[in-house]
Write a protein that binds this ligand. Structure first.
Ligand SMILES: Nc1nc2c(c(=O)[nH]1)N[C@H]1C(S)=C(S)[C@@H](COP(=O)(O)O)O[C@H]1N2
Ligand SMILES: [Mo]
Length: 220
C-alpha cells in the first residue's frame, strides 16, 4: 500500500540518514570519522611525553601573571585570581606532536580562547598572536587558529592542576595544530597586525602546522 511508504523510508531520507551517520559534508574536526582520527605519519602513545627547550621554569600561582598587549581594546595583566574569575570550561581533545606521537582524549579545564577573546576584545587590525613563555619560548598563531572553538588556555589536566613539566600553572592547548603551537608556562600574549615567526617557526618549522596537511617544516 502506498500508505506504507513513510517519509523515513524514502530513498532520499535513507541516503541522508546514512550521510548524517558518516558526517558527510561536515568539515568540522569533531565530525571526523574515528578511522581518520590519527593524522598521517603519526603513531599513538598512551603516556604523555615531555618536550621543551630544557628549561622548566617554576612559577607559583601567586607569582604567575599573564600580560595581554598589542592590538586589544582592553590590555590586561591577569593574575591567578583574575584568570580564575573568567568563565571556566572543560574540553576533551587529542594531542599531535610533530615528532610523530599523538595522544587521544586529554581532559582539560581552563578558559576557552573564545571567552578569553571576549574579555580582552582584539581590535579589527589584529590578525595574529605571538605567545611568550616564562622559559623564553615564543610561538605564533593566526588569530583565526587561536580563536578555534576547541582552543583552551588550560590550568588542569584530568582533574588535577597542570604539572610544572607540562607547562603549569598555565599553558595553551590548540588541538587542531601540532603541539609546538601549544605554549607551556604562558606569560604574555601580543596581538599583532602581521604573523611573525616564533622560535620553532624561525628554525625550520611551518608557520601554521596543520597535522592533517602534514605541515611539519617550512619550505624555504
Ligand atoms: N614554553 C614552552 N612551550 C612549549 C615548548 C617549549 O619548549 N617551551 N615546546 C613545545 C613543543 S615542541 C611541544 S611538542 C610541546 C610539548 O608539551 P608537553 O611537554 O606537555 O608534552 O610543548 C610546546 N610548548
Ligand atoms: Mo614538539
Amino acid at each position: 500500500m502506498a500508505d506504507d511508504i513513510t517519509p523515513e523510508d524514502s530513498k532520499l531520507t535513507v541516503t541522508k540518514r546514512k550521510w548524517a551517520g558518516q558526517g558527510k559534508f561536515l568539515t568540522g574536526r569533531i565530525a571526523r570519522p574515528e578511522t581518520d582520527r590519527l593524522p598521517p605519519g603519526q603513531h599513538l602513545v598512551k603516556n604523555w611525553p615531555v618536550l621543551d627547550l630544557g628549561q622548566q621554569p617554576r612559577v607559583p600561582t601567586s607569582q604567575w601573571r599573564l600580560d595581554v598587549r598589542g592590538l586589544v581594546n582592553i590590555p590586561t595583566t591577569f593574575d591567578w585570581a583574575a584568570f580564575q574569575a573568567l568563565p571556566q570550561t572543560e574540553m576533551r581533545s587529542d594531542i599531535h606532536c610533530v615528532t610523530t606521537w599523538s595522544r587521544y582524549d586529554n581532559h582539560w579545564k581552563g578558559v576557552s580562547t573564545r571567552d578569553f577573546l571576549d574579555a580582552v576584545d582584539p581590535k579589527d587590525e589584529a590578525v595574529a598572536v605571538m605567545l611568550t613563555s616564562y622559559d623564553g619560548y615564543t610561538t605564533n598563531l593566526l588569530l583565526s587558529d587561536f580563536a578555534s572553538p576547541d582552543a583552551i588556555i588550560v590550568t588542569q589536566w584530568e582533574g588535577q592542576p597542570l604539572t610544572e613539566e607540562h607547562g603549569g600553572p598555565v599553558r595553551l592547548v590548540v588541538p587542531h595544530l601540532y603541539f609546538w603551537k601549544s605554549a607551556k608556562w604562558l606569560q604574555r600574549i601580543d596581538f599583532v597586525a602581521m604573523n611573525h615567526a616564533g622560535f620553532w617557526e624561525k628554525n625550520g618549522y611551518h608557520m601554521r602546522g596543520d597535522p592533517w596537511a602534514e605541515e611539519r617544516y617550512s619550505n624555504d
